[in-house]
Design a protein around this ligand. Structure first.
Ligand code: FE2
Length: 147
């Protein structure tokens, strides 16, 4: 589970609210996996949401970050998420022979990889947008990542 804390806050209300939605949905997927309530339909809905909502959110965030020293890196990282997640979604749709174990193993792998990406991205990149917009102090977020 990803827990919301000061460490993931950008200090920009619109961005933080949207990050909370993404985190809530990654956590909900994890809960379904852990509690054994995951089905093909639930997984499909979660994947679609995590792809489409993230895409919408990235556009908003990129507009907020215009002119920021992190803007280009942020955009490239978003591009990776959308491309990679689209591939995963296509892989999911192309598979027609899902067994219970295969579905759970695949969901676990996707959840682990993509929720970890989100967490790293928010902490290492998005928080610099907070610095650009005067919401966080540079010393609170550490050095800017390599371009
Ligand atoms: Fe971002």
């Amino acid at each position: 589970m990803i827990r919301w804390s000061k460490e993931v806050e950008t200090g920009v209300p619109a961005i933080d609210v949207q990050h909370k939605v993404l985190i809530r949905n990654f956590n909900s997927l994890e809960k379904h996996i852990e509690e054994g309530t995951l089905t093909y339909d639930i997984l499909r809905e979660e994947l679609l949401f995590l792809l489409k909502y993230a895409e919408w959110h990235f556009g908003n965030e990129e507009r907020c970050a215009t002119g920021c020293y992190i803007a280009e890196l942020n955009r490239k990282q978003h591009e990776w998420y959308v491309e990679h997640f689209t591939k995963l979604y296509e892989e999911f749709k192309a598979e027609t022979d899902w067994t219970h174990d295969k579905l759970y193993d695949w969901a676990r792998k996707v959840h682990r990889e993509m929720s970890q990406w989100l967490l790293n991205h928010v902490i290492r990149t998005d928080r610099h947008i907070g610095v650009c917009l005067g919401k966080l102090k540079p010393e609170d977020v550490g050095p800017a990542p390599e371009q």
